[in-house]
Design a protein around this ligand. Structure first.
Ligand code: 8YV
Length: 315
């Protein structure tokens, strides 16, 4: 079977070439995400949909996808853009792309830690404004990483890859997770205690109803005034209003964010804060990883086409 596959966003050239070689593939040449109407049209006309975080695959859309659509192959490890329960109920399988983006996303988390603790964005903005008057002993004093404690909330693949990087920079790592990991002794079962003791707190948990606003106003109030919050997972894991209030009141020192609750909207109050380091959802944005993610999507669709077990099935 050569399935009809609709790819909702333009992908790196090798991925698009492989999709076209393997499947009856329809690629997105619009240079933008599909509108809701285009997405509705797509799900009624294909056997497999290769979609991304910018496509909202909700229950009403899935109802329209029956009986044609059989597989949603998400380009990304997070699947919170898809109503998994509704997909299950509709008999539509869902796959994701784990592993291949772990190292690059951990790099971005570490980059945000460095940027926020050493005030790198602030320094670069000042230099580009032409405002640098030369070296001074008291300019841009940040905080050292060595000797500090990094609290990781969500010790999955990305959390563990971040821990390796952090230890190399002299940070002590502690983590909160659903279960302790056998090879990671620094488990903290009490999230509040981890939040209160961390100098840097990195959110690396999956997003879903159970983790909505996991870091809320109460939690932020437990953080040290010198603490830095890092989020490379999903925006809505953190109560953004409470985070902005904490940064404005300086009850925490800084935040490094790659994700936002309502992307691509970024709150103007965050943009106004020198203590907020803001990236445009770049965690997996390397050519190597985006190609690997695309190949993983193609591998899942190929398994579906050949009637094999789906390697990365999540629903
Ligand atoms: C992707 C991500 O770029 O994999 C994820 O969950 O957030 C990013 O790495 C994005 O999801 C593309 O769909």
């Amino acid at each position: 079977m050569r399935p009809k596959v609709i790819v909702t966003r333009s992908m790196p050239a090798p991925v698009e070439a492989r999709m076209e070689a393997l499947f009856d593939a329809e690629l997105n040449r619009l240079g933008r995400a599909f509108t809701r109407e285009e997405l509705v049209d797509a799900v009624t006309r294909c056997d497999a949909l290769a979609c991304t975080v910018t496509d909202r695959i909700d229950a009403p859309l899935l109802a329209l996808a029956v009986p044609r659509l059989k597989l949603i192959a998400n380009f990304g490890v997070g699947t919170d853009n898809i109503d998994l329960a509704a997909a299950r109920a509709a008999g539509i399988a869902v796959t994701n792309t784990p592993d291949v983006l772990t190292e690059d996303t951990a790099d971005i988390a570490m980059a945000l830690i460095l940027m926020a603790s050493r005030r790198l964005g602030e320094g670069e903005r000042m230099l580009r404004r032409g405002a640098w008057a030369g070296w001074r002993p008291d300019d841009f004093l940040g905080s050292s990483l060595a000797g500090k404690t990094l609290g990781i909330v969500g010790m999955g693949r990305i959390g563990q890859a971040l821990a390796r990087r952090a230890r190399a920079s002299g940070l002590t790592v502690r983590y909160h997770n659903r279960n302790p990991l056998p090879d990671e002794p620094a488990f903290e079962p009490d999230l509040d205690r981890l939040v209160a003791e961390a100098d840097i707190l990195s959110i690396n948990a999956p997003y879903g109803p159970a983790t909505h606003h996991l870091i809320d106003a109460r939690c932020l109030a437990l953080m040290k005034p010198i603490a830095i919050l890092i989020n490379t997972a999903r925006g809505a894991l953190v109560d953004q209003e409470a985070l902005i209030a904490a940064l404005e009141a300086r009850t925490i020192a800084a935040a490094g964010l790659d994700v936002y609750p309502n992307e691509p909207h970024v709150d103007s109050r965050l943009i106004a804060l020198e203590t907020a380091v803001l990236l445009p959802h770049m965690g997996s944005a390397t050519l190597e990883t985006r190609v690997a993610m695309g190949n993983r999507v193609a591998d899942n669709i190929l398994a579906f086409a050949e009637g094999r077990e789906l390697p990365d099935r999540v629903a």
